[in-house]
Design a protein around this ligand. Structure first.
Ligand code: ADP
Ligand code: MG
Length: 787
């Protein structure tokens, strides 16, 4: 609290400095104001810091915002901008104008010429904001763009040159997922010509809780060449269907954990005919059982996934949207398919993966903004070292937030919520009815139709259409049914006459986390408007049934029996306390799971950084002789260490396997010592490479051959490594039951695996260099085939 006051005090002091510049800016001609950019850059060159030029720079773009858009950023917006520049999080309520706020720190940070980015949760918002603001940046002499294909052009293939052009703009509006994919593909490029990113500098994340909390645990994945399909899915599916609850497995819904009992383990060993399920050789079987059990107990048809035309489509739990891309843990999808007895999609190898926290960790400075982040303040501090600063609203908030109304069953809850909505609808107030799932949004819509109430339903799976619909949600008499996150980032403005009637009414119909609840309530009462929020919840709500303890369930059953009059909301103080405790326990669990993923990600981040650095060196090199000589020597050492004594026969086999398919006569004297064998093999390698280079016409082709041999080797080993790490995450889970820390196990083992991978890459490179065939085709192009 005291710290917050001190920060706010400092922010206000800087605000006063910005305000001092304002009359000077106002007095400038357009040309003079436009000349400010060059002048500020000059000051930076002369050694001033960004902090020092902040007041003048903010005042410059504030005035430009006013002249070009007719919008003059309020003092509170300047305060938000100061927080954003400092690399922290500004909590600003919905409708306070975060888009305009961001222009100030973006402009200031772009002056250095290293780029500044704004990341939004979806492409629609990025396009909208960039379109509105590009004229201001251009007017001040800076370039701005979105960094993904425009709406309607998504299918078009974007060349690296185009991407490079995007990323070289001063100011970039993009989405977290485009950024993640671009990062991964940039690092999979096979030559520097295919790369397009420059080092990440400054980023502001809009709706930061959505990106860094809600989406934190699902990694972005780029997959590659189909692997051999495991036939274990069908087999484990049969096995898991036979299991008897309690006896063969235990289910801990609260922890989302399911595991085999001793009895279940024995059963598995008999079923799969293995001696020890926990032996390294049974690892794959164990992993498949774990996946199949997860598919059975935590993946529900209609909630977590849908089956459509013989295909399993995963749904995003919070908003009912179809999951985009391949953001799925490898294997779970197939396990669900086996459960539903549909055709399995080919399992793909992970070529690269990153989580949002990992991605944003690559920036020099990150900032964030959102309407509801204070509740997760500690987590932001611990994980990202970012402070959350609450910015006062421009006008006082006069919205009324009514206490929750608790009912026993879903039906009662929905009926009461709809009755309440009808009552307000009669008064002409616009209504936003929020459903907990796609299914409920359809039920609500049907009931409304029965009452003859026209309304919009927002589960369109399309951000642009949602935005268009939600824009009208503030008109007199409008009724809008929406799932949780639908239309987030689009502000609901009140139509004429609505203020007098009491403003927008947000009616929730599901128990939610405090943060999401606040986010929804905040859609009403923006910029000092009147408005209200009320949530109707039931003891059958997902949030409660999934997370409550046995004791709570017993208590709730007794309560249900004792309450014959089900139309009245429950109001036992004990219940309210239990619900509050439940909420905080869930929040704690979620935070813990993000923490674990982040910890695992740290291990991966180190590996990724290391790997990408080595890979880049190879890609950018134009001399390979040293690296190749060194790798060959190391590989030979490795092979020689496999045996104490070498015979001519052994050596012949080794050469046949890794050096050359036609083994020449090996002089017996060679095998008298390892040093001799090594010299012999090195000489042999040199001869093979020289013979190969004779087919190549120039140095460039030779380099191309070397480069692709090495890249192919390290990439395929890295893919194996990523797969190993993904599987490892699942494998280490049972360690928790043995009282050990899974994260620690994960880190230990992943580190060991990385070292092994580097060696494997070298061995593989040796094979590629020596055993590959190269041809120059009729067009004069080099064709290399690896085995
Ligand atoms: P938020 O992202 O904080 O919810 P938006 O950036 O979407 O809010 O802005 C909400 C609305 O307020 C927009 O229509 C915007 O044009 C308007 N607005 C923002 N700042 C100002 C300002 N300083 N003066 C007038 N209108 C503003
Ligand atoms: Mg916004």
């Amino acid at each position: 609290m005291v710290v917050d006051q001190m920060i706010l005090h400092r922010v206000k002091r800087t605000l006063r400095k910005v305000n001092k510049w304002q009359p000077i800016m106002r007095a400038m001609s357009d040309e003079e104001l436009q000349g400010q950019t060059a002048k500020l850059r000059q000051q930076l060159k002369a050694g001033k810091t960004l902090d020092q030029i902040l007041p003048e720079a903010f005042a410059t773009i504030r005035e430009a915002d006013y002249r070009l858009l007719g919008l003059f950023p309020y003092d509170v917006q300047v305060m938000g901008a100061i927080v954003l520049h400092s690399g922290n999080i500004a909590e600003m309520k919905t409708g306070e104008g975060k888009t305009l706020t961001a222009t100030m720190p973006l402009y200031l940070n772009a002056l250095e010429g290293k780029g500044a980015m704004l990341v939004t949760p979806n492409g629609y918002l990025a396009e909208r904001d960039e379109e509105q603001l590009e004229p201001v940046y251009n007017w001040l002499g800076l370039t701005a763009t979105i960094a993904f294909p425009k709406e309607g052009e998504e299918k078009k293939k974007v060349t690296p040159a185009e991407k490079r052009d995007w990323y070289n703009h001063d100011i970039i509006y993009t989405t977290a997922s485009s950024l993640a994919f671009d990062y991964l593909f940039n690092n999979l490029a096979s030559s520097t010509a295919d790369q397009y990113l420059r080092p990440y500098n400054y980023v502001i994340i809009d709706e930061v809780d959505d990106v860094l909390l809600d989406e934190a645990t699902s990694p972005f994945v780029v997959s590659s060449v189909p692997m051999l399909q495991s036939n274990l899915y069908g087999l484990t599916e049969n096995f898991v269907s036979m299991l008897v609850p309690k006896m063969d497995y235990r289910l801990k819904r609260e922890d989302k954990a399911v595991y085999l009992t001793y009895h279940g383990v024995r059963k598995a060993e008999r079923f799969f005919r293995v001696a020890n399920l926990f032996d390294a050789s049974s690892r794959e079987i164990y992993r498949h059982i774990a996946l199949a059990m997860r598919a059975h107990h935590f993946m529900r048809n209609g909630r977590e996934y849908l089956v459509e035309n013989g295909k399993v489509i995963l749904l995003d739990e919070t908003n009912g949207r179809l999951k985009h891309g391949v953001k799925v843990n490898t294997g779970l999808h197939q396990a669900v398919e086996a459960k539903e007895h549909v055709k399995l999609t080919p399992n793909q190898k992970v070529a690269a993966s990153i989580t949002f926290p990992g991605l944003f960790g690559l920036f020099n400075k990150i900032a964030g903004m959102s309407g509801t982040v204070k509740v997760n303040e500690n987590e932001f501090m611990n994980v990202y070292k970012m402070r959350v600063v609450q910015i006062p609203t421009n006008k006082p908030v006069i919205r009324t937030d009514y206490p929750d109304q608790v009912y026993i069953t879903t039906t009662e809850k929905l009926m009461r919520a709809i009755n309440y909505a009808l009552q307000l609808h009669k008064q002409g107030r616009p209504i936003l009815l929020v459903a907990g799932s796609v299914e409920n949004s359809e039920i609500i819509s049907e009931i409304l139709l029965n009452y003859g109430v026209p309304h919009n339903v927002l589960n369109a799976f399309n951000a642009a259409r949602e935005a268009a619909m939600i824009k009208d949600a503030g008109q007199e008499g409008a009724v809008t049914v929406a799932t949780n996150m639908a239309g987030r980032g689009t502000d609901i403005k009140l139509g004429p006459g609505v203020k007098e009637k009491g403003g927008l009414a947000v009616i929730g119909t599901e128990m939610l986390s405090p943060r999401v609840r606040l986010q929804l309530a905040g859609r009403a009462g923006r910029q000092g408007d009147p408005g209200s929020s009320r949530f109707f919840i039931s003891l059958e709500d997902n949030f409660i049934s999934q997370n409550s303890t046995k004791r709570f369930k017993q208590y709730y059953r007794r309560l249900a029996r004792r309450y014959p009059d089900r139309d009245r909301p429950l109001h036992s103080p004990r219940l309210m306390v239990s619900l509050a405790m439940l909420r905080s326990r869930v929040a704690g669990n979620e935070e813990a799971s993000r923490k674990r993923v982040n910890k695992d990600e740290v291990a991966l981040r180190l590996q990724r950084k290391n790997f990408y650095r080595e890979r880049h060196q190879i890609m950018a090199a134009d001399h390979f002789e040293n690296t190749i000589g060194y790798w060959i020597s190391e590989s030979i050492d490795y092979y020689l260490a496999q045996k104490q004594e070498w015979t001519v026969h052994d050596l012949g086999l080794l050469i046949n396997e890794h050096f050359s398919y036609d083994v020449a006569e090996i002089p017996p004297a060679v095998v008298t010592s390892k040093a001799r064998i090594k010299r012999y093999l090195e000489e042999l390698s040199r001869q093979i490479l020289t013979a190969k280079s004779a087919t190549l016409v120039n140095n460039e082709q030779l380099n191309h051959f070397y480069r692709s041999s090495l890249l192919n080797a390290i990439d395929s080993c890295w893919m194996d490594e990523m797969e190993l790490l993904t599987n490892l995450r699942i494998e280490v889970q049972p360690w928790a039951m043995a009282g050990r820390d899974p994260s620690f196990e994960y880190q230990q083992r992943s580190f060991a695996a990385y070292k092994k991978m580097l060696l494997r890459a070298k061995l593989r490179a040796l094979d590629n260099l020596l055993l590959s065939t190269i041809k120059v085709n009729k067009k004069g192009e080099l064709v290399v085939s690896f085995n």
